[in-house]
Design a protein around this ligand. Sequence first.
Ligand code: UT7
Length: 330
Amino acid sequence: MSKKITAAITAVSGYVPEDKLTNFDLEKIVDTTDEWIRSRTGIEERRILKGEGKGISEMIVPAVKQLCEKRGIDPMEIDCLIVGTVTPDMVFPATANIVCDKIGARNAWGFDVSAACSGFLYTLTVGTSLIESGRYKKVVVVGADKMSAIIDYTDRTTCIIFGDGAGAVLLEPNEEGLGIQDSLLRSDGSGCQYLRMKAGGSAYPASAETVANREHYVYQEGQAVFKFAVKGMADISAELLERNNLTGDDISWLVPHQANLRIIDATANRIGLPKEKVMINIQKYGNTTAATIPLCLWEWEKQLKKGDNIVLAAFGGGFTWGATLVKWAY
Ligand code: UT7
């Protein structure tokens, strides 16, 4: 009997733009303070992708090239490339298609997934199913967002949180049982009232009025989202451990979506993980939406060991949320 195929992460890469927007820069733009931002969110600075006509593909292309170089593969070997994002280069075509063209991945098909801050977990789960089906050998899963494109820099409640970045992983078949073990994903569209970008889609196409009403920016009721996020991310992480008969002691790392340090702490406490086992880089990058989790894996890659149990957890617009259990493969 042939062994069950699992989907293993075999390489990780990332890209963050060089330009930094610090809390002190924001003090000059809106009525806020470094102290308020650090104590309420944990953020000190974020990266911003500057330049006319530059969308997320500008960040994904170097990240995927780096991924191929690290693994020693040619882009022509990629079977499928999936991008989790809410800030695609354009409404269509999919950014995945644009990226495949720019890197010369001519044998690949691809598509974008819109799941906001859970975008990486959603794409990872889809990519895992493609590998487990046995039909695909190399699937690139990307989480990328250029939040600076949809942030209102006169709104102090949102502009202090978000930043730009991209992260990517390569998924390949594994016969040792390593890789993605389990995934729990949820969504609740009623959350749209608390977190959305209203205009620019088919319901409210761009018009002089939508621009004047500032409806092409992120609208967030922070406190309401905070309450759902704390409960959603903590509950689903605990549920994932429970259904895999694991406790915090069995987990080497928690990789939480980086939205707010207080949400991260609540999740870590709930599953009984000390701070040393939690990946946190929110102070450097802020909330890069779909990119936070792969950017953490990229930064901590050297510290990860084969066989480590890792929990990835996210909560975001949609509402969407989820948790994924990974057994590190290298
Ligand atoms: O990643 C996608 C999902 N998103 C999230 O998970 C974000 C969840 N929400 C949050 O992280 C937090 O709600 C925020 C960071 C957005 C806001 O923090 P908060 O502790 O919930 O603040 P608040 O909205 O309750 O506001 C408290 C006070 C208010 O003043 P008053 O009414 O008490 O006088 C705000 O006007 O802080 C004020 N405030 C600010 N003050 C200085 C709001 N933003 C700022 C600011 N600087 N930037």
